[in-house]
Write a protein that binds this ligand. Structure first.
Ligand SMILES: [Zn+2]
Length: 253
Protein backbone atom coordinates (compact mmCIF):
# COMPACT_ATOMS: atom_id res chain seq x y z
CA UNK A 1 0.00 0.00 0.00
CA UNK A 2 1.41 3.36 -0.97
CA UNK A 3 1.23 5.80 1.89
CA UNK A 4 1.50 9.49 1.42
CA UNK A 5 2.01 12.12 4.05
CA UNK A 6 -1.23 13.71 5.18
CA UNK A 7 -1.56 17.24 6.45
CA UNK A 8 -1.04 16.05 10.03
CA UNK A 9 2.03 14.03 8.93
CA UNK A 10 0.39 10.79 9.96
CA UNK A 11 0.22 8.01 7.37
CA UNK A 12 -2.73 8.46 5.04
CA UNK A 13 -3.70 7.89 1.45
CA UNK A 14 -5.00 10.67 -0.78
CA UNK A 15 -8.18 9.05 -2.11
CA UNK A 16 -9.07 12.03 -4.29
CA UNK A 17 -7.56 15.46 -4.64
CA UNK A 18 -7.17 17.00 -1.20
CA UNK A 19 -9.02 14.18 0.59
CA UNK A 20 -6.94 11.90 2.81
CA UNK A 21 -7.92 8.63 4.42
CA UNK A 22 -7.91 8.09 7.32
CA UNK A 23 -8.83 11.56 8.48
CA UNK A 24 -6.52 11.93 11.47
CA UNK A 25 -8.07 15.27 12.44
CA UNK A 26 -11.16 13.54 13.89
CA UNK A 27 -9.14 10.92 15.80
CA UNK A 28 -8.15 12.95 18.81
CA UNK A 29 -8.06 10.25 21.50
CA UNK A 30 -4.91 8.22 22.10
CA UNK A 31 -6.83 4.94 21.70
CA UNK A 32 -8.41 5.96 18.38
CA UNK A 33 -5.01 6.93 17.01
CA UNK A 34 -3.53 3.64 18.20
CA UNK A 35 -6.36 1.77 16.47
CA UNK A 36 -5.66 3.58 13.19
CA UNK A 37 -1.92 2.94 13.44
CA UNK A 38 -2.65 -0.73 14.16
CA UNK A 39 -4.95 -0.93 11.16
CA UNK A 40 -2.34 0.55 8.83
CA UNK A 41 0.45 -1.67 10.18
CA UNK A 42 -1.69 -4.79 9.77
CA UNK A 43 -2.42 -3.94 6.15
CA UNK A 44 1.07 -2.84 5.14
CA UNK A 45 2.66 -5.15 2.61
CA UNK A 46 -0.61 -6.74 1.59
CA UNK A 47 -2.14 -6.10 -1.78
CA UNK A 48 -4.78 -3.73 -0.54
CA UNK A 49 -6.23 -1.06 -2.74
CA UNK A 50 -9.21 -0.28 -0.56
CA UNK A 51 -7.73 3.12 0.21
CA UNK A 52 -5.97 3.50 -3.09
CA UNK A 53 -6.66 6.61 -5.11
CA UNK A 54 -9.08 5.61 -7.87
CA UNK A 55 -9.14 7.09 -11.34
CA UNK A 56 -11.94 9.64 -11.78
CA UNK A 57 -14.60 7.32 -13.24
CA UNK A 58 -13.89 4.66 -10.63
CA UNK A 59 -14.18 7.25 -7.89
CA UNK A 60 -17.55 8.37 -9.30
CA UNK A 61 -18.78 4.76 -9.36
CA UNK A 62 -17.66 4.14 -5.77
CA UNK A 63 -19.33 7.30 -4.53
CA UNK A 64 -22.49 6.72 -6.54
CA UNK A 65 -22.83 3.22 -5.10
CA UNK A 66 -22.55 4.51 -1.54
CA UNK A 67 -24.76 7.55 -2.06
CA UNK A 68 -27.53 5.37 -3.49
CA UNK A 69 -27.03 2.72 -0.80
CA UNK A 70 -27.38 5.33 1.94
CA UNK A 71 -30.29 7.15 0.33
CA UNK A 72 -32.41 4.10 -0.52
CA UNK A 73 -31.39 1.82 2.32
CA UNK A 74 -30.57 -1.02 -0.06
CA UNK A 75 -27.82 -2.13 -2.39
CA UNK A 76 -28.13 -0.37 -5.75
CA UNK A 77 -28.39 -2.18 -9.08
CA UNK A 78 -26.20 -1.42 -12.07
CA UNK A 79 -29.12 0.33 -13.76
CA UNK A 80 -29.73 2.49 -10.66
CA UNK A 81 -26.09 3.48 -10.75
CA UNK A 82 -26.07 4.09 -14.50
CA UNK A 83 -29.07 6.38 -14.11
CA UNK A 84 -27.47 8.34 -11.30
CA UNK A 85 -23.97 8.65 -12.75
CA UNK A 86 -24.51 8.73 -16.52
CA UNK A 87 -21.93 5.93 -16.91
CA UNK A 88 -22.89 3.14 -19.32
CA UNK A 89 -24.02 -0.11 -17.62
CA UNK A 90 -21.34 -2.22 -19.34
CA UNK A 91 -18.58 0.09 -18.18
CA UNK A 92 -20.08 0.17 -14.70
CA UNK A 93 -20.14 -3.61 -14.47
CA UNK A 94 -16.47 -3.75 -15.56
CA UNK A 95 -15.50 -1.26 -12.87
CA UNK A 96 -17.50 -3.10 -10.21
CA UNK A 97 -15.75 -6.36 -11.10
CA UNK A 98 -12.40 -4.59 -10.70
CA UNK A 99 -13.51 -3.19 -7.34
CA UNK A 100 -14.38 -6.70 -6.23
CA UNK A 101 -10.79 -7.84 -6.70
CA UNK A 102 -9.66 -4.88 -4.56
CA UNK A 103 -12.08 -5.64 -1.70
CA UNK A 104 -14.02 -2.41 -2.25
CA UNK A 105 -17.38 -3.94 -3.13
CA UNK A 106 -18.90 -7.34 -3.84
CA UNK A 107 -21.11 -7.63 -6.87
CA UNK A 108 -23.84 -10.15 -7.60
CA UNK A 109 -23.64 -10.81 -11.34
CA UNK A 110 -26.88 -12.76 -11.41
CA UNK A 111 -29.03 -9.99 -9.97
CA UNK A 112 -26.76 -7.26 -11.37
CA UNK A 113 -26.72 -5.59 -7.96
CA UNK A 114 -24.07 -4.76 -5.45
CA UNK A 115 -24.25 -7.08 -2.46
CA UNK A 116 -21.57 -5.44 -0.31
CA UNK A 117 -20.03 -1.98 -0.26
CA UNK A 118 -18.20 -1.08 2.94
CA UNK A 119 -19.67 -0.23 5.42
CA UNK A 120 -22.84 -2.03 4.21
CA UNK A 121 -23.79 -5.52 3.16
CA UNK A 122 -27.01 -7.21 2.12
CA UNK A 123 -26.15 -10.10 4.47
CA UNK A 124 -27.66 -10.08 7.94
CA UNK A 125 -24.66 -9.34 10.17
CA UNK A 126 -26.21 -8.48 13.52
CA UNK A 127 -24.94 -4.87 13.30
CA UNK A 128 -28.10 -2.97 12.43
CA UNK A 129 -27.89 0.71 11.54
CA UNK A 130 -30.78 3.11 11.17
CA UNK A 131 -29.94 5.90 8.69
CA UNK A 132 -32.50 8.34 7.28
CA UNK A 133 -35.37 6.05 8.30
CA UNK A 134 -33.85 2.97 6.63
CA UNK A 135 -32.39 -0.06 8.38
CA UNK A 136 -29.14 -1.37 6.98
CA UNK A 137 -26.62 -4.07 7.89
CA UNK A 138 -23.06 -2.98 8.61
CA UNK A 139 -20.12 -5.35 8.34
CA UNK A 140 -18.71 -4.72 11.80
CA UNK A 141 -18.95 -2.39 14.79
CA UNK A 142 -16.59 0.23 13.35
CA UNK A 143 -18.36 0.11 9.98
CA UNK A 144 -21.66 0.67 11.80
CA UNK A 145 -20.29 3.71 13.63
CA UNK A 146 -18.56 4.88 10.44
CA UNK A 147 -21.94 5.31 8.72
CA UNK A 148 -22.40 8.51 10.76
CA UNK A 149 -19.21 10.07 9.42
CA UNK A 150 -19.77 8.87 5.87
CA UNK A 151 -23.21 10.51 5.56
CA UNK A 152 -22.76 13.35 8.08
CA UNK A 153 -25.97 12.08 9.64
CA UNK A 154 -27.20 10.80 12.95
CA UNK A 155 -27.59 7.07 13.22
CA UNK A 156 -28.95 4.54 15.69
CA UNK A 157 -27.19 1.19 16.03
CA UNK A 158 -28.36 -2.03 17.57
CA UNK A 159 -26.07 -5.00 17.91
CA UNK A 160 -25.39 -7.80 20.38
CA UNK A 161 -22.65 -8.55 22.86
CA UNK A 162 -20.51 -11.25 21.24
CA UNK A 163 -20.14 -12.97 24.62
CA UNK A 164 -23.64 -12.98 26.11
CA UNK A 165 -25.91 -11.85 23.27
CA UNK A 166 -27.40 -8.91 25.17
CA UNK A 167 -28.54 -6.08 22.92
CA UNK A 168 -26.34 -3.00 22.69
CA UNK A 169 -27.77 0.30 21.50
CA UNK A 170 -25.92 3.42 20.43
CA UNK A 171 -27.13 6.71 19.04
CA UNK A 172 -25.21 9.71 17.67
CA UNK A 173 -25.87 13.45 17.77
CA UNK A 174 -24.58 16.59 16.01
CA UNK A 175 -24.84 15.05 12.51
CA UNK A 176 -22.99 11.96 13.59
CA UNK A 177 -20.06 13.81 15.11
CA UNK A 178 -20.63 12.69 18.71
CA UNK A 179 -22.12 9.85 20.70
CA UNK A 180 -25.51 10.87 22.06
CA UNK A 181 -26.17 7.82 24.23
CA UNK A 182 -25.56 4.11 24.46
CA UNK A 183 -26.54 1.15 26.58
CA UNK A 184 -25.49 -0.74 28.56
CA UNK A 185 -23.30 1.98 30.04
CA UNK A 186 -20.19 -0.23 30.12
CA UNK A 187 -20.37 -1.25 26.46
CA UNK A 188 -17.02 -1.39 24.63
CA UNK A 189 -15.75 -2.22 21.15
CA UNK A 190 -12.95 -4.63 20.27
CA UNK A 191 -10.98 -3.38 17.27
CA UNK A 192 -9.16 -6.38 15.84
CA UNK A 193 -6.13 -5.87 13.61
CA UNK A 194 -6.36 -9.18 11.73
CA UNK A 195 -6.52 -8.70 7.98
CA UNK A 196 -6.00 -11.24 5.22
CA UNK A 197 -6.98 -9.23 2.16
CA UNK A 198 -10.73 -9.27 2.68
CA UNK A 199 -12.02 -7.27 5.62
CA UNK A 200 -15.43 -8.93 5.42
CA UNK A 201 -13.84 -12.35 5.83
CA UNK A 202 -11.31 -11.55 8.55
CA UNK A 203 -11.30 -8.51 10.82
CA UNK A 204 -14.96 -7.66 10.48
CA UNK A 205 -15.89 -10.86 12.25
CA UNK A 206 -13.88 -9.72 15.24
CA UNK A 207 -14.60 -5.98 15.31
CA UNK A 208 -17.60 -6.10 17.53
CA UNK A 209 -19.54 -4.69 20.46
CA UNK A 210 -19.39 -6.14 23.97
CA UNK A 211 -21.73 -5.20 26.79
CA UNK A 212 -18.78 -4.72 29.15
CA UNK A 213 -15.00 -4.82 29.35
CA UNK A 214 -15.40 -8.00 31.39
CA UNK A 215 -17.28 -9.80 28.64
CA UNK A 216 -14.71 -8.71 26.09
CA UNK A 217 -11.93 -10.05 28.31
CA UNK A 218 -13.73 -13.38 28.78
CA UNK A 219 -14.07 -13.69 25.02
CA UNK A 220 -10.37 -12.84 24.46
CA UNK A 221 -9.34 -15.35 27.13
CA UNK A 222 -11.14 -18.09 25.17
CA UNK A 223 -9.10 -17.46 22.01
CA UNK A 224 -6.51 -20.14 21.22
CA UNK A 225 -4.25 -17.58 19.57
CA UNK A 226 -3.84 -14.19 21.21
CA UNK A 227 -5.74 -11.54 19.20
CA UNK A 228 -3.96 -8.37 18.17
CA UNK A 229 -6.20 -5.40 18.63
CA UNK A 230 -7.36 -2.68 20.97
CA UNK A 231 -10.31 -2.05 23.24
CA UNK A 232 -12.22 1.16 22.53
CA UNK A 233 -14.91 3.10 24.31
CA UNK A 234 -17.96 4.14 22.26
CA UNK A 235 -16.54 7.67 21.83
CA UNK A 236 -13.16 6.36 20.72
CA UNK A 237 -14.75 3.89 18.31
CA UNK A 238 -16.87 6.65 16.75
CA UNK A 239 -13.65 8.61 16.13
CA UNK A 240 -12.13 5.58 14.37
CA UNK A 241 -15.26 5.09 12.27
CA UNK A 242 -15.33 8.75 11.29
CA UNK A 243 -11.61 8.76 10.44
CA UNK A 244 -11.98 5.75 8.14
CA UNK A 245 -15.37 6.43 6.54
CA UNK A 246 -15.71 10.21 6.75
CA UNK A 247 -13.42 10.91 3.77
CA UNK A 248 -15.12 8.45 1.39
CA UNK A 249 -17.92 10.75 0.19
CA UNK A 250 -16.06 13.94 1.00
CA UNK A 251 -15.15 16.30 -1.83
CA UNK A 252 -12.28 17.86 0.03
CA UNK A 253 -10.88 17.61 3.52
ZN1 LIG B 1 -22.20 -9.40 27.33
Amino acid sequence: MKLEASVASEPAVEIRQGVFRPDWSVATSVAARRALHGRIAARAGLLNQWSHRLEATGDTVWRTALQLYGASGQAPSVSDMAGASGIQPGRLADILRKFESHDLVAFNQTSNRIRLAYPFTESVTGHRVELNGHFLHALCAIDALGVAGMYDADIAISSSCVHCGDTIHARTTDKGRAVHSFSPVGAVIWYDFAYDGSAAASCCLAIAFFCSGGHLQQCLDLQKVRREGIRLTMDEALEVGRAIFGPVLSERS
